[in-house]
Ligand binder design. Structure first.
Ligand code: UDP
Length: 480
């Protein structure tokens, strides 16, 4: 074991600057800090301002002596992405940080060696900088292993003639090893839907994914009992993988061990959490509420919003719904309320702009989650044993939702529909018709998620191994 006391390892963490990616990187940051590793967290100026406005991150992280934020140059603009195109703009603007990163490593290296970089697995320029400066780069891909593998196999899918898609979205996809029996066109990550394979988002994500082989290792926020068969496929191409998820759950274990649960009681949100919903949940019966949230990026049209609204109210079930500011398009003219909608919402609904989601999902009043199937949300729901209705919009969400329904049996996938009758039926099925069936599989998977992060669990061991390997790199770097 490396001697930690003299000069602790120092890791530079560089997330893609949107909420979901930042969240899992923050969780990893805190776990590394708890193990005595020093961390510099790279953040855009806009996101830093929002974190200061909406969270207690500064006071939270000042308790770790080796932690600091490092602001990215102003040229990296990333505040509030609302579309894939905006994400592509961020992607382009992030590349302007290449010289900055190189200079930072050289500058920091003079006073405080950087042991390694942990960077978002969508930023190959960080691999270039790592190679130029001799600093190892560990890639952290924050989405599901199943989506990673689908992107990795894009060339096979194209060679097999399965992409670009034919008109029938239910046609099977047979060219992805390990997924031959159950994937349909509609279940591939949304970028595969491009008619033109030169579509920039598709090209970007496939090219970036292939670059992973250049990284020192790959971190995935998943666990072996959940995605073991996909992981064994990925390992044929990428030998060193640390599966350490669900990341947020490690901190929960840590919080239980600590007498002061400061680890848990804080937020990394770019929006202000409205905690009044927790108070509202306190007054609701056990497992009676459907929690509705489409994450930090998804946008809905006014028409879609109204379908969900009617579906939820007509189901007769209670609901807690997160509607982010600016997440609904074409709202000119305001919302039209029918009397039934207004009364149903007043009687059984509660709406907030942003919720403390982990806490909401862990609340005993929650019985189901109507989600966009973002990977963090999926893991958070799995960990709490909450069955899901999946309404995926983009990126990995389409494949995550297929796994939720078809492989893990944790809920219903209603992708590519948006109709009040379907929504009402899905809510009723989740909350009553198929309730027992989902409860059994959700409970089993939650137990496996908890086992993974407890002492002796695979994710806990892999996290310990990652920490130990970083410390060994530190020793090696100091003796080089
Ligand atoms: N989240 C939250 N409050 C909300 C909605 C979302 O804290 O009201 C968090 C959620 O817990 C998750 C993240 O935002 O950790 C969203 O990430 P995810 O990967 O699910 O979706 P994305 O936003 O990247 O599409």
């Amino acid at each position: 074991m490396a001697d930690l006391t003299s000069s602790p390892a120092h890791v530079l963490i560089f997330p893609f600057p949107v909420q979901g990616h930042m969240n899992s990187m923050f969780k990893l940051t805190e776990l590394l800090c708890l193990s005595g590793i020093h961390v510099t967290y790279l953040v855009t100026v806009q996101n830093h301002t929002r974190l200061l406005q909406n969270t207690d991150v500064v006071s939270k992280y000042t308790k770790y002596p080796g932690f600091c934020f490092q602001m990215l140059p102003e040229s990296v603009s990333a505040g509030n992405a609302l579309s894939i195109d905006m994400i592509l703009n961020y992607y382009e603007s992030l590349k302007t940080a290449k010289t900055f990163l190189r200079d930072l490593l050289i500058r920091e290296g003079k006073t405080k060696t950087v042991t390694c970089l942990i960077t978002d697995g969508l930023m190959k320029f960080t691999l270039d900088v790592g190679e130029e400066t001799g600093v190892p780069v560990i890639y952290f891909r924050t989405a599901s292993a199943c989506s990673f593998w689908a992107y990795f196999c894009a060339d096979r899918v194209i060679e097999a003639g399965e992409c670009p898609f034919k008109d029938d979205m239910d046609l099977p996809i047979r060219s992805i090893p390990g997924m031959e029996g159950f994937l349909r066109q509609r279940d591939l990550p949304s970028m595969f839907r491009a008619h033109d394979l030169n579509y920039s988002a598709f090209k970007m994500v496939v090219t970036e994914t292939h670059q992973t082989v250049r990284a020192h290792a790959l971190i995935l926020n998943t666990f072996e009992d959940l995605e073991g068969s996909t992981l064994s496929q990925i390992r044929t191409q990428i030998p060193t993988i640390y599966t350490i998820g669900p990341l947020h759950a490690h901190l929960r274990v840590q919080a239980q061990l600590e007498t002061t649960s400061s680890v848990l009681a804080s937020s990394n949100s770019l929006w202000k959490e409205d905690r009044s919903c927790i108070k509202w949940l306190e007054d609701q019966p056990l497992k009676s509420v459907v929690y509705v949230s489409f994450g930090s990026l998804a946008i809905v049209t006014k028409e879609q919003l109204m379908e969900f609204w009617h579906g939820l109210v007509n189901s007769g079930y209670r609901f807690l719904w997160v509607i982010r500011p600016d997440s609904v398009t074409d709202m000119e003219g305001g919302r039209e309320f029918s009397v039934e909608l207004e009364e149903g919402t007043k009687a059984r609904g509660y709406m907030v702009k942003w919720a403390p989601q982990e806490e909401v999902l862990a609340h005993p009043a929650i019985g189901g989650f109507l989600t966009h199937s973002g990977w963090n949300s999926t893991l958070e729901s799995i960990h709490e044993g909450v069955p899901m209705i999946c309404w995926p919009q983009s990126a990995d969400q389409q494949i995550n939702s297929r796994f939720v329904e078809e492989i893990w049996k944790l809920g219903l996938d209603i992708k590519d529909t948006c109709n009040r009758v379907i929504i009402e039926k899905a809510v009723r099925d989740l909350m009553e018709g198929r309730k027992e069936e989902f409860a059994i599989s959700a409970k089993e998977m939650a137990a496996l998620a908890r086992k993974a992060v407890n002492d002796g669990g695979a994710s806990r061991c892999n996290l310990n191994k990652l920490i130990e390997d970083i410390q060994l790199m530190n020793v090696a770097a100091r003796h080089a």
